[in-house]
Design a protein around this ligand. Structure first.
Ligand SMILES: [Zn+2]
Length: 105
């Protein structure tokens, strides 16, 4: 997984922050959400199962915005993405790994 996006300066207010905390995606100064990750939960179907999938990250304000950016460059995601239900191929989309792995790992 590419975690190379981490930058130790907020691109909104230019404040520097602690680079040791890799899960800090919200600026403490201006409360701007700096990174939105896209995670799709796993599934369980007859004889088949899968774990959560990471679809990348975007410098946007919401999960919907991130998904719409991904849909523009990924035709497969665009085809299976439901904007109203916030699902991909019927699987729920989350902005964090913890929740995405809760049901099916
Ligand atoms: Zn900031």
């Amino acid at each position: 997984m590419d975690l190379d996006y981490y930058n130790n300066q907020c691109w909104e207010c230019k404040q520097f922050f602690d680079t040791k905390n890799k899960r800090q995606f919200t600026c403490e100064e201006c409360h701007k959400k700096l990174i939105v990750e896209i995670w799709v939960e796993g599934y369980q179907a007859t004889g088949q199962q899968g774990t959560a999938n990471y679809f990348g990250w975007y410098k946007v304000d919401s999960l919907l915005e991130a998904c719409e950016k991904l849909a523009k460059v990924n035709p497969e995601f665009d085809r299976l993405f439901d904007r109203h239900e916030m699902t991909y191929w019927g699987c729920k989309i989350f902005d964090n790994e913890e929740e995405a792995r809760k049901s099916y790992g």
